[in-house]
Design a protein around this ligand. Structure first.
Ligand code: MN
Length: 307
């Protein structure tokens, strides 16, 4: 991908296909072989757009997390969240659910089923907590309204962090940003970036050009630190997700649904989940818990985040 004149080069990273509970397919843009994190963002699934028959859709049974925050940006459809703290919350289009795992939480997520099937289109992300926050108490936030401002012919909704003169309400623990950019038809915008942040841009709907070049579907455009702006354009309705943050400087172990700083941290969480300790049951769902895979032989190695 072409950078604007005088700017560091951009990199296109192909997402891979992955499945979440009950075989629902997603495009997984983070982590990929060439990049583990963008800022503290360490996981990005683009689910849908899809229509499904009754009984299908997203059906992710109870499973645990540590060391991260889960971040759901709903575009189409409705997903019911339940967690081991007792929260029951439907997330609807234009809304964000933010769950802080800290030292441990369990949750389930399932498409709201009216008996006539439904739709699902969402971005689901994880944010790695910095080491000093990994043991914090678990928490859950629902944000039904996010600040939005016009940017060229796009509407920029600030989902998290500070950008474009707005401060989004989700509570995070490192310097990062998330912005949805939506245009109802042909539009252009110069999108300012924070030079101290690295950024990623993913198409959610339609087709866009970045700095005059088409950005393929299921391709995460990576902009390293020092890129000051991207020129965004579309010829018809389109939607993209921009994420960014200060590069995450700590080594990480990411295994199954756990993020930690060491083998022991993750292995203890796995043992606690198996033994029914720490995380607690998830009231309100009838879905069966997800099966945890066996830990690989040997010790999990903490590796540097980033590229
Ligand atoms: Mn989860």
């Amino acid at each position: 991908m072409t950078a604007l004149e005088g700017q560091p080069p951009l990199q296109g990273l192909a997402a891979r296909r992955a499945e979440i509970g009950h075989g629902f397919g997603v495009a997984r843009a983070l982590p990929v072989a060439a990049r583990r994190t963008i800022g503290a963002w360490c996981f990005l699934d683009h689910a849908g757009p899809a229509r499904f028959a009754s009984g299908q859709g997203m059906r992710v049974g109870p499973h645990p997390h540590i060391g991260l925050q889960t971040f759901t940006w709903m575009i189409e459809g409705q997903v019911q969240h339940h967690d081991s703290l007792g929260h029951a919350q439907v997330v609807r289009p234009g809304q964000v659910n933010l769950m802080t795992a800290g030292r441990g939480i369990a949750h389930s997520e399932e498409s709201v089923d009216t008996g006539e099937g439904g739709a699902l289109h969402a971005a689901q992300l994880w944010i790695a907590l910095p080491p000093e926050e990994r043991q914090r108490a678990p928490a859950f936030e629902h944000h039904p309204v996010l600040p939005a401002v016009p940017l060229g012919g796009f509407t920029a909704t600030v989902l998290v962090g500070q950008a474009l003169g707005e401060l989004a309400p989700p509570r995070v623990h490192s310097a990062l940003v998330g912005i949805d950019l939506t245009a109802p038809g042909a539009a252009t915008a110069r999108v300012p970036l924070q030079p101290g942040f690295e950024h990623g841009l993913l198409v959610l709907r339609g087709s866009v050009r970045v700095n005059g070049q088409p950005l393929p579907a299921d391709t995460l455009l990576f902009a390293p630190r020092g890129v000051a702006a991207l020129d965004l354009a579309c010829d018809a309705a389109a939607q993209v997700l921009l994420i960014g943050g200060e590069p995450y400087e700590h080594d990480l172990v990411v295994w199954w649904n756990f993020v930690g700083g060491s083998h022991d941290e993750v292995a203890e969480a796995a043992a606690d989940w198996s033994a029914g300790r720490r995380f607690g049951p998830v009231p309100g769902t009838t879905l069966a818990p997800l099966a945890m895979p066996a830990l690989p032989p040997g010790r999990l190695v903490a590796r540097p985040a980033g590229g």
